[in-house]
Design a protein around this ligand. Structure first.
Ligand SMILES: [Zn+2]
Length: 123
């Protein structure tokens, strides 16, 4: 009893748009970066775990700060992007780890810092 059923009921009335729990790994730009660097491409899942601990249809999540209405997910996303920007920055500083052009690396770091800021703001 209980947990699975409660989650289904919860999904039915949950009006919020969430983020994926691993949103920085799942993001399209990361997927493209990995695809061009390592030849890896991940399939889109039908259902994903969210930053606030639910499981929802992939369509109920968004990587865009303007679309995510779940506050717990916004906080989660902001922290994930902030952390990921730092991870990228230190990864790109190590010579030979990733063969990415310096300007592209700086752009990727700046984009995740910008996303962290936008998820952190309430607007
Ligand atoms: Zn959420």
């Amino acid at each position: 009893m209980g947990r699975a059923k409660l989650q289904i009921v919860g999904d039915a009335w949950d009006p919020h748009v969430h983020v994926e729990v691993n949103l920085t790994r799942a993001g399209a730009d990361v997927r493209n970066l990995l695809a061009s660097t390592f030849g890896l491409v991940a399939d889109l899942p039908a259902e994903v775990e969210t930053g606030c601990g639910r499981r929802v249809a992939y369509a109920r999540t968004s990587p865009h700060p303007e679309r995510v209405t779940c506050l717990t997910c916004r906080r989660h996303a902001s922290e994930q992007h902030r952390q990921f920007a730092e991870d990228l920055a230190s990864m790109f500083r190590m010579p030979g780890v990733l063969d990415v052009h310096g300007a592209d690396a700086a752009k990727a770091v700046a984009r995740h810092r910008d996303l962290a800021r936008r998820f952190a703001s309430a607007d």
